[in-house]
Design a protein. Structure first.
Lengths: 661, 124
């Protein structure tokens, strides 16, 4: 039998070695500690993976917000026009109207970046990123008082990005949030009016001493108000007229006293002359019982004319010398200029004033004998202005000594409801409307077709007319989609607190404001809604770019000494809630200017492309070398639903707040 | 026979050595347990502190041994809200307390420090 030797000793040696190893390990290490260390390491990995997910999602999110805020029409509809990388996140953000909206569930976000992040980490790593939008409250509460009606879509929204990462079983959850404001940067119904003045100032508006020639002799420069598209005399198709007027920038001139808008020749310069002033001469056959009816070479004539003090002078045969009032014209020329008429809908108690020169024409000699304005007592005397006593007696005999017959043929100053001048823009196909000098819109010839009534403005519960006065106590404004925007008295609208509710960034001093909008290129770029608790001096150029726009709201006065440049589709609005806005620059101001509790003061030549709304407008006297111009930017039109939707912006702080859940 | 004797001798020697190591190990076992407790407490404290600091919007010292961290947490309605968390090292240097909304959680290292003091500081 073979002996088995050497088996026990190695076995014992091995056993002893193992026992000693265990004892040593037991001495130095703890299993729990190892597990804890491993878990901590995995948690750190998962935390950083989650942070990476949030960062990359946030990057996409901010690009998506910038795309949403881009007001250019070519970026609409947003989801369809979105770059491929932004389409998923915009689909998660926007509803059918194209606006961000809150919902109960979180929306997963997918991005190739997430896969890349995961593959860079452990094999057993997962990353999930979701976005959550939650309504906090409407920006502007519904008010029981008359005034602008808040849009419930303007909202405070909580935007949250959730990231959850798992690495080898260790879970890290990270969240980044911002409180955003979904706001419309248009200045509510004020955006519909190129000029909105709640009342007349202490100085009369109708005080411009105009001349028929020599503009260099003028002592002042009127404010030329261009309301949108241009259309001259007899050029508007009747079927398209209502739509034309609906889309123009309207003018509101408030207060109890009527506004008189005298038509002026602008020194013979069509850039300064009032718009839509007919000036063509019409002749009328003389009918019995007037004595001159037997003389077939004589006719009566009528010629509409601008107002000028020269009509009282010798050069115009003192034809209106008998008018007691000065023949001044308006310092504000609404409806554009002579060479660029922009007819519009004027709201308020507004009267157009012009002259009508009438008299006798000799068709053989081409000579005119204007009939001067007379009181009845003068008519019966022989001292008619601009005429010899013999001629005066002859004229009196022509009318049989009956003043009423002369009165209808004498030169006069005419007043009519301002919107009636819009009738002159219409292309009437036949007499009497196509040759009428002045027509009372309340007494039109039978069968006369006029533009449809307004769908966007009701006055005292009746649709407004574009050819008649629109003055009342209750004004209602509607958008073209039927949404009611305003109900109340426009003259009483002065509370701008609803704009303050939209503010996203607030500053105690203007220096802080300028610091916040300064770019690396040392430009000052507006792209938010700013509130400055004090005065604001615009002493450097302010700019807006595509995807920007916004508002500057100051509690105090605003002084503008430098240009404000903004693309048409990116409206910029400057609002003084309680003070005045002083314009002391002739540089371009592409902005809306609003001071409903104060004045807008034009100290110099001005060139505003936007809207102007104030309690009063004050203009310093300005030599004729300057040009005062206010042009409507149709991108302010809140009653146009497409324009309005383009003006929604999602404003939020640049940096979100990140926390670990 | 010689092999058996040598093996027995080795086994006896191993048992004696094992018994000695165990006795020494048991002697140090308390230290090991203390290390484990310390490590566990430290890990828990650091986890909370890291979370609070990573979620912080402001950190300020209240005294030489206490710090206030304004940190963002989700409230009951799952809405982010700012809470003030105060971390304080006890005067004896053996406890760290964390208080938020009146609730206090204390990390008690007194039994595991063997007379030493914690070196606990937050640099904002």
């Amino acid at each position: 039998m073979k002996r088995r030797r050497g088996f026990v000793l190695p076995a014992v040696l091995m056993l002893v070695s193992v026992l000693l190893l265990f004892a040593a390990v037991r001495h130095y290490f703890s299993r729990n500690q190892l597990i804890q260390a491993s878990h901590d390491a995995n948690y750190e990995k998962s935390f950083h993976l989650a942070i990476g997910g949030v960062e990359s999602a946030d990057n996409l999110f901010m690009k998506a917000v910038a795309f949403f805020n881009d007001g250019r029409p070519e970026t609409l509809p947003k989801i369809a026009k979105a770059p491929p990388e932004l389409a998923p996140i915009l689909k998660a953000l926007l509803n059918a109207e194209g606006l961000p909206y809150a919902r109960k569930e979180r929306i997963p976000i997918d991005s190739s970046m997430f896969g890349h992040l995961q593959s860079s980490w452990e094999k057993f790593a997962t990353l999930k990123v979701e976005i959550e939008l939650r309504d906090i409250e409407p920006l502007v509460a519904q008010s029981p008082f008359a005034g602008p009606i808040p849009d419930p879509r303007e909202n405070r929204i909580l935007m949250m990005l959730h990231a959850e990462a798992v690495v080898n079983g260790a879970v890290a959850r990270v969240c980044r949030y911002r409180e955003a404001k979904l706001v419309n940067i248009l200045p509510s119904i004020l955006g519909k009016f190129v000029l909105y003045l709640r009342q007349q100032g202490s100085a009369s508006n109708n005080s411009f001493e105009d001349r028929f020639s020599r503009p260099d002799l003028l002592k002042d420069t009127p404010l030329m108000v261009f309301s949108g598209k241009s259309s001259g005399l007899s050029s508007l198709n009747l079927d398209a007229a209502a739509e034309f007027f609906e889309k123009q920038g309207w003018v509101f001139l408030g207060g109890d006293a009527p506004w008189v808008i005298g038509s002026g020749p602008g020194g013979g310069n069509a850039n300064y002359a009032s718009a839509l002033q007919k000036n063509d001469l019409q002749t009328f056959a003389i009918q019995p019982p007037d004595e001159f009816s037997s003389l077939n070479f004589l006719t009566y004539y009528s010629q509409p004319e601008y107002l000028s003090g020269e009509l009282k002078g010798l050069s115009y045969n003192k034809v209106l010398q008998g008018i007691n009032d000065e023949l001044f014209s308006s310092r504000i020329r609404i409806s554009g200029s002579g060479n660029k008429p922009t007819p519009t809908n004027v709201v308020g108690n507004v009267v157009a004033k012009s002259a009508l020169i009438q008299g006798l024409k000799n068709t053989q000699t081409g000579l005119y004998a204007p009939y001067p304005f007379l009181q009845e007592s003068q008519f019966h005397g022989s001292s008619w202005p601009g005429m010899s006593s013999e001629a005066a007696n002859t004229m009196e005999e022509n009318f049989g000594g009956v003043f009423q017959r002369y009165k209808s043929r004498m030169s006069v100053v005419l007043e009519e409801r301002y919107n009636a001048i819009n009738l002159r823009t219409l292309n009437f196909p036949a007499p009497p409307m196509n040759s009428a000098i002045m027509v009372d819109p309340r007494n039109l010839p039978a069968g006369t077709k006029v533009p449809d009534l307004s769908k966007r403005l009701h006055v005292d519960n009746n649709p407004a007319s574009f050819v008649d006065a629109n003055s009342g106590n209750l004004y209602q404004l509607f958008a073209d989609d039927g949404r009611k925007l305003f109900e109340g008295n426009l003259s009483g609208f002065e509370d701008l607190s609803h704009f303050v509710s939209k503010a996203v960034l607030s500053f105690d001093k203007q220096s802080e404001f300028y610091k916040s909008i300064e770019t690396e290129q040392k430009e000052h770029l507006l792209n938010n809604i700013y509130l400055i608790k004090g005065d604001l001096l615009v002493d450097r150029p302010l700019k807006s770019a595509d995807g920007c726009g916004g508002m500057i709201i100051a509690n105090g006065d605003i002084t503008i000494q430098n240009e404000i440049i903004a693309p048409d589709q990116e409206p910029v609005v400057l609002i003084s809630t309680a003070g005045n806005i002083r314009i002391a620059t002739s540089s371009r101001i592409q902005a809306g200017l609003i001071a409903l509790k104060g004045q807008i003061q034009a100290e110099s030549a001005i060139n505003v492309e936007g809207v102007v709304s104030a309690k009063e407008l004050s203009m310093a006297k300005l030599s004729s070398s300057g040009l005062r111009q206010l042009s409507y930017n149709v991108n302010f039109d809140v009653t146009d639903s497409a324009t309005y939707m383009r003006a929604f912006r999602l404003f939020m702080p640049k940096d979100g707040i990140t926390f670990v859940k | 026979m010689v092999e058996i004797v040598i093996s027995l001798a080795l086994v006896c020697g191993a048992v004696i050595l094992w018994t000695y190591i165990l006795s020494v190990s048991r002697d140090k076992s308390n230290t090991l347990d203390n290390d484990q407790v310390f490590s566990s407490l430290r890990a828990s404290l650091l986890h909370n502190l890291k979370s609070d600091m990573r979620s912080s919007i402001a950190i300020k010292p209240l005294s030489e041994n206490s710090w206030e961290i304004e940190t963002v947490k989700l409230d009951d309605s799952a809405t982010p809200s700012v809470k003030k968390v105060i971390y304080e090292l006890a005067a004896d240097g053996k406890k760290v307390s964390m208080s938020v909304d009146g609730r206090v959680k204390t990390y008690d290292f007194s039994k595991v420090l063997d007379g030493k003091r914690l070196n606990f500081k937050i640099w904002p």
